[in-house]
Ligand binder design. Structure first.
Ligand SMILES: NC(=O)c1ccc[n+]([C@@H]2O[C@H](COP(=O)([O-])OP(=O)(O)OC[C@H]3O[C@@H](n4cnc5c(N)ncnc54)[C@H](O)[C@@H]3O)[C@@H](O)[C@H]2O)c1
Length: 450
C-alpha cells in the first residue's frame, strides 16, 4: 500500500490542532456557588463508578448520594467518597432528597426507563446510561416525561462526544469521500470480562442484596446472584450484544451521518463459545437499510460484534469504515481517524482480448483512439491520519457536555429522541434474531412497523 508521506506528516500536525480543540473540554472559568451541582448515582457498579469518577472531577460537581441494591456497592461508595455520602437500597429515597440536582442512572437496562422517568418527575436532570430503554414503548414514555418536565436528559453513549466523531462528521459533510452508501462497524473481544463474566462477590446473599428491587418488573425468580452480577447474559434484565454494543455503533453512525435510523433490520448470530447459561448470543451480525433523507442519499450498514475473536486487540478490536464513492474513512475507536483516497481510474479498461483476434484488435484500436496511452497509469493511494491526542477522553467530554447543559439549561448532544433512535434499531435486532425475520422500523416516528 502506497502512503503519501507528505500528507501523513501534514495531517499529524492537524492532529495537534485537534488536540488543542480537545482541551476546550476543561472548563475555563471557576464555577460560582450557583454553578454547584450535586449528583446522586443510581446503580454504583462498573459504569456507575466510572461515571461518578468522571463527573466528580468536574469543578463544582459533587457526589452526595448513591443508591444500589447490593450493600457491598454502598460500602464502596462511602469508602471512596466519605461517610457523608447518603446511601440507600431504594433509589426513590435518593430522588426525594432536595440536595440532589442531577442523577446518573447506571443500573441494568431493565430499570433505565422507570428510574429516568421517576427522576425527571422528581425534578432531577438525568445522565442515563445506554441503551436508554430495554423496550421500544418505554422510549416514548421517557420522551413524553422529558417533554413534560423540561428536564435535561443525556444518554450515555459517550463516544458521540469524541472529537474524532466530530471530525468524521465534518469530513463526510464536506464531501471528502464522496457519497457514502455503505458503512461497516465491528467490535472484537476475546476475554472473559469482555464476554460479561464479571466477578460474583462471596458475600452475595439475600441479606446483602435487595433481590426484589433488582428484579423490579422482570419475572419473579428465586435468589441467584449470577443473574444480578452478570445481568447482561439474561434477556430479562439486559439487551444482549445489540442493546449493549450495537447501540454504540448506531449512536456513532447516526451522529456522524445526521441520520434518523434504518427502515429495515435483519440480524443473525449464535451462542458458540461462552456456553455459561446465558440466553443471549455471544456473536451477532446485523444488516440495516437506511432510507434517503435531506441529509444523505440513503445507505446500508453492517454491524458485527464477536466475543470469541482470537487475537483481538489494538486497531482490530473496535472501529468503523465509512465507504464513499471517492474514498474510505476508517475510524479506529479511541485511536485515530484515517481518510484514504485513490482517484478513480481515468479510463474504463477493456476485456477485448477475450474475444477473437480480429474483434479484439478492432476494439483496441478504437479504444486507443479514444484513450491515448499516458503516464502514469497507476493512481497512488493517499492517506490522511488524524490521531486522537494523548490523554483525550470522550467520557470527560460527554459528561462535561451534560454538566454544561445542566448549568446553562441548553440542549445536550444525546437527548432522549437521539437515545431512542439508537436503542430502537438495536432492540429490533434482537426481535429479528430471536424471531428469525426481517423487522421494519419507522425511523421518523420511532415505531415498529412489522
Ligand atoms: N457507556 C458505556 O461505555 C458503558 C459501559 C459499561 C456499561 N454501561 C451501561 O451502564 C449500565 C450499568 O452497567 P455496569 O457494567 O455498570 O453493570 P454493573 O452490574 O457493574 O452495575 C449495575 C449496578 O446496578 C445495581 N442495581 C441493580 N438494580 C438496581 C436498582 N433497582 N436500583 C439501584 N441499583 C441497582 C447493581 O447492584 C450494580 O451495582 C448498563 O446500562 C450498561 O449498558 C455503559
Amino acid at each position: 500500500m502506497a502512503i503519501n508521506r507528505r500528507k501523513f506528516v501534514q495531517t499529524a500536525a492537524s492532529g495537534a490542532a485537534l488536540a488543542q480543540g480537545a482541551f476546550a473540554q476543561s472548563p475555563s472559568k471557576t464555577p460560582s456557588p450557583n454553578d454547584r451541582i450535586q449528583i446522586g448515582c443510581i446503580g454504583f457498579g462498573i459504569m456507575g463508578q466510572g461515571d461518578v469518577r468522571t463527573e466528580a472531577a468536574i469543578p463544582g460537581v459533587e457526589i452526595v448520594a448513591v443508591a444500589d441494591v447490593y450493600d457491598g456497592r454502598l460500602t464502596a461508595a462511602r469508602e471512596r467518597y466519605g461517610d457523608h455520602v447518603f446511601t440507600t437500597r431504594d433509589y426513590r429515597e435518593l430522588l426525594a432528597r432536595p440536595d440532589v440536582d442531577a442523577v446518573i442512572i447506571a443500573t441494568p437496562d431493565h430499570w433505565h426507563a422507570r428510574i429516568a422517568s421517576d427522576a425527571m418527575l422528581a425534578g432531577k436532570d438525568v445522565y442515563c446510561q445506554k441503551p436508554m430503554v430495554q423496550k421500544v414503548d418505554d422510549g416514548h414514555l421517557v420522551i413524553d416525561t422529558w417533554k413534560k418536565t423540561n428536564r435535561i436528559l443525556q444518554v450515555g453513549s459517550q463516544r458521540v462526544s469524541s472529537i474524532l466523531y466530530a471530525k468524521a462528521k465534518e469530513l463526510i459533510k464536506s464531501g471528502a469521500i464522496g457519497e457514502v452508501h455503505m458503512i461497516e462497524a465491528f467490535w472484537n473481544r476475546n476475554s472473559p470480562l469482555g464476554a460479561w463474566q464479571y466477578t460474583i462477590p462471596p458475600d452475595a446473599s439475600p441479606q446483602t442484596i435487595d433481590w426484589d428491587r433488582f428484579l423490579g418488573a422482570a419475572p419473579k425468580v428465586p435468589f441467584e446472584p449470577v443473574r444480578l452480577f452478570r445481568w447482561r447474559n439474561y434477556r430479562d434484565y439486559g439487551t444482549g450484544i445489540a442493546g449493549d454494543l450495537f447501540v454504540h455503533q448506531f449512536s456513532g453512525i447516526h451522529f456522524i451521518m445526521d441520520s434518523l435510523g434504518p427502515q429495515r433490520v435483519c440480524a443473525t448470530g449464535g451462542t458458540y463459545f461462552w456456553k455459561d447459561g446465558r440466553d443471549v448470543p455471544d456473536l451477532m451480525l446485523g444488516l440495516y437499510d437506511y432510507p434517503a433523507t435531506d441529509a444523505h442519499p440513503g445507505f446500508q450498514i453492517s454491524l458485527r460484534v464477536n466475543f470469541e475473536a482470537g487475537g483481538a486487540g489494538g486497531a482490530e478490536s473496535q472501529g468503523f469504515r465509512f465507504i464513499g464513492t471517492d474514498g474510505i474513512l476508517n475510524l479506529s475507536v479511541g485511536n485515530a481517524l484515517t481518510l484514504s483516497k485513490r482517484p478513480r481510474q481515468t479510463e474504463p479498461g477493456s476485456t477485448a482480448e477475450t474475444f477473437s483476434k480480429a474483434t479484439a484488435q478492432k476494439i483496441l484500436e478504437e479504444y486507443r483512439r479514444k484513450y491515448p496511452p499516458h503516464e502514469p497509469g497507476f493512481t497512488p493511494l493517499t492517506e490522511e491520519t488524524y490521531p486522537l491526542p494523548r490523554g483525550y477522553s470522550e467520557q470527560v467530554a460527554h459528561h462535561q457536555n451534560f454538566i454544561n447543559a445542566v448549568r446553562a439549561r441548553k440542549p445536550v448532544v444525546e437527548d432522549p429522541v437521539f437515545g431512542l433512535r439508537a436503542a430502537g434499531p438495536a432492540l429490533l435486532s434482537n426481535i429479528s434474531y430471536f424471531e428469525q425475520r426481517m423487522v421494519e422500523w419507522d425511523p421518523v416516528n420511532m415505531r415498529i412497523k412489522s
